[in-house]
Design a protein around this ligand. Sequence first.
Ligand SMILES: C[S@@+](CC[C@H](N)C(=O)[O-])C[C@H]1O[C@@H](n2cnc3c(N)ncnc32)[C@H](O)[C@@H]1O
Length: 202
Amino acid sequence: MVTEDLGRDHYIQVMSEYRDASAAYLETIRRELPLYDRLQDELIKATYGVAVRRILDLGCGTGETSRRALEAYPDAELIAIDPSQDMLQIARAVLPEHAQLRLGYLDEPLPKGSFDLILSALTIQALPPHQRADLFPRVRRALAPRGRLVVADLVATDAAGRAAAVHRTDSLAGLQGRMRDGGLVPAVVWAESGLAVVTATA
Ligand SMILES: C[S@@+](CC[C@H](N)C(=O)[O-])C[C@H]1O[C@@H](n2cnc3c(N)ncnc32)[C@H](O)[C@@H]1O
């Protein structure tokens, strides 16, 4: 299918710098994004108040968000998805045994059932724009009643112009617009230096 092919090509291009460097991923991302840990902290804070039984992590990478989420909600079921076997191997080593890791792309069907929290850090904005648009309606359908989507990601600002050009990143308003188009109600909970945490409910 054309859409999937485009997605994979884009993935390979955008992620090539990480592809052979999964083991060094955290070191690299912390160097490139000095606010990486702050972003992850703000993502977890943005989950507070939800009764959490099931969590889905979209583009989990080495498992940093999933690890923090299971620290906050140790009894929750968690499914984490990423297309990189190398990233998932590292995630497996840092996550508790009950965490379920799935090899897959976000243009594929989401796991069955509904989720109280759907989390995604630094992944959605790297998807091609048409895949971003297609994802949010599917996320809305996967949210449990009173469930919450929390996206922590790059957003285009003048100061973040280079990243915006490379990834065709949405502005904060653009990201919220995509969420609204997908039937979600967004709220910005934190934004600094070209990074933002946006929650959304159905
Ligand atoms: C910058 S890393 C972020 C990883 C992790 N969420 C974090 O915060 O450290 C982006 C992740 O998105 C994954 N990814 C890239 N394209 C994807 C796609 N189409 N579907 C799902 N995951 C994708 C990559 O394999 C990579 O692990």
